[in-house]
Design a protein around this ligand. Sequence first.
Ligand code: A2P
Ligand code: MG
Ligand code: MG
Ligand code: MG
Length: 353
Amino acid sequence: MSTTYEAEKQVAIAAVRRASALTASVFNKLVKNETLTKDDKSPVTVGDFSAQAVVNTMLLRAFPEDNIVGEEDAADMRVESGKLLRNRIVELVNETITAPLQAGETEAWGLGPDYAQTPEQIMDIIDRGNYNGGSTGRFWTLDPIDGTKGFLRGEQYAVCLALIVDSQVQLGVMGCPNLPVSVSNPSGPRGCIFVASRGQGAWQIPLDASDSSAPIPLTIPTFTKDTLNLLESVEKAHAKLSFNDRVAELLGITKAPTRMDSQAKYCSLARGDGGVYLRMPVGSGYKEKIWDHAPGAVLVEEAGGVITDSRGEPLNFGLGRTLGENFGVIAAGKNVHAHVLEAVKKAKEEETS
Ligand SMILES: Nc1ncnc2c1ncn2[C@@H]1O[C@H](COP(=O)(O)O)[C@@H](O)[C@H]1OP(=O)(O)O
Ligand SMILES: [Mg+2]
Ligand SMILES: [Mg+2]
Ligand SMILES: [Mg+2]
């Protein structure tokens, strides 16, 4: 019998909602020493650490046996120089988890006025994201702020959570606080959640729990050469944008690419706002992380699309914390995908000839 992971979906949506609210509220108050630079030179903020603590708390209360592959760890908070950072994170996490219960939430998820945690508990819960993943069993993967650079610029970012069972992504939930609710009204209200579970479709729901708008089913539409465009990174160090330009040319695309940080690109693709997610490695040896693609992958597939690496092979979420050797990512609607794959092959041949 196939399972629909309904209980997991409810917890994941609530966790992404609380963590998204935290990140949105912290953005306006971020001060200088609340952002650090990690060993790989990428930024991390009190928002990333706090959001990971909130999501891990709720997941582990609801599913104590589960493991979590999370992006962040608490090492920087455990040292003497991390005291200010730690205090701020403890304040943010406790503010978020002790906030009154909202519709559908329960105290069993560690929420409500009685559930404040000690600094030690919060550091330990962040470090419960240290699981290494693998090809068998069930685990969650979490990117508490995907697109930290976009977050710091006040642009797109996403709180990203997925459930992986025996290497297959079964459930994906992404919170996008800065993404317009409606594609046709880009300057209108912002804040959406994208949800997909295997065999159950892809949906957009409101970020605000008190908004009772009905879930919107998502299907990737059909594109023509004139309406097709690429969705790509803002950061030049994350993807080879010159390669994308050549692929667009080979495909006869005339529309300019949409540059956007984070897995909000997958969300945009799933709702027809952009026709191709294309990410090619820059050749720095960076390995793509499973939390940067797992929820986006199930969302695209459930919206009727296809996602592979640049050779047309499926992404492998069972290799550990990374996707292994990086051959890039192509995601698009079924018909478009085959053409992109062909154009990518041609552009690669040109590079080596
Ligand atoms: N050198 C890199 N190459 C590719 N992706 C990277 C690199 N450094 C960080 N990332 C991750 O790429 C993703 C952002 O990609 P995009 O450019 O598509 O927004 C983020 O998950 C970011 O991590 P983070 O979660 O810390 O922001
Ligand atoms: Mg990061
Ligand atoms: Mg990320
Ligand atoms: Mg991140």
